[in-house]
Design a protein around this ligand. Structure first.
Ligand code: GLP
Length: 239
């Protein structure tokens, strides 16, 4: 595991972009795993600039980590809407090459199984991760078994509270989600995990220095052969 401590959000996004660009330079049809949340927005802005400067994303394929369950995909709070607004609508990617769990699938478990099978067929060259303040990756909440496949999650109170800042009220936050399992996260060839801010410091300490234990889902990354944490000074303050 490599840990890069950077000054601030801008530097974190730049460093992440450099790693992403090196993957895309090597393979124009790379499969990239993407994350939502406020953390990777700076990285996505840099990918948009990169496309405007001339790189084509037409052959790139994407697979997102997770999606809320029980809302319409057109709802502006869905993660598919987020990805369109923050990245896909601004680059030349083919819509058919972007993948995410379906937020209003009738049968949630069948949708998870479809997604697990899809990921088997499109191994990711790189996976971008954020981290929850409780150490979650994707929506793999504390105590999720490390061997889990894509599954339905009952979100914890702490995650609902953290994510409520993006909704009009806490009652609007969906209580369920569909997420790639830890197993699928670990299958990516290369992983970058980004974190900024003091509220991530404990999760980063537990992930980097703690015991590899499902209580901190991100701690499993210690066992991945090619993972880089890019954290700002605040998020690194307990290391
Ligand atoms: C959300 C997402 C995660 C994300 C995390 C952190 O719940 N499911 O994939 O990494 O929480 O979000 P943020 O980047 O906004 O702090």
């Amino acid at each position: 595991m490599k840990v890069i401590v950077v000054k601030d959000y801008e530097e974190m996004s730049q460093k992440a972009f450099e790693i992403m660009a090196s993957v895309l330079d090597a393979k124009e049809d790379a499969v990239i795993g993407l994350a939502t949340g406020t953390t990777p927005i700076g990285l996505y802005s840099k990918m948009i600039e990169d496309c405007k400067k001339g790189r084509s994303y037409a052959k790139v394929k994407t697979a997102n980590l997770d999606e809320y369950y029980g809302i319409d995909p057109t709802n502006e709070q869905s993660y598919v809407s987020f990805m369109k607004a923050k990245l896909f609508d601004h680059i030349d990617i083919e819509q058919n090459n972007t993948h995410i769990e379906l937020s209003n699938a009738k049968d949630a478990q069948a949708e998870c199984d479809r997604y697990t099978a899809l990921l088997e067929k499109m191994p990711r060259d790189i996976q971008v991760l954020g981290i929850g303040s409780n150490g979650h990756v994707g929506f793999n909440e504390p105590n999720t078994p490390f061997g889990s496949d894509t599954h339905v999650v009952e979100l914890t109170e702490s995650t609902i509270k953290d994510n409520s800042r993006l909704f009009n009220s806490i009652d609007e936050v969906p209580t369920k989600a569909l997420t790639m399992g830890i197993k699928q996260v670990m299958q990516a060839k290369k992983i970058i995990l980004l974190a900024n801010g003091k509220n991530k410091a404990k999760a980063i300490r537990d992930a980097v220095k703690g015991k590899v234990d499902p209580i901190c889902p991100a701690s499993i990354l210690q066992l991945h052969p090619d993972v880089t944490f890019i954290v700002d000074e605040d998020a690194a303050s307990l290391l």
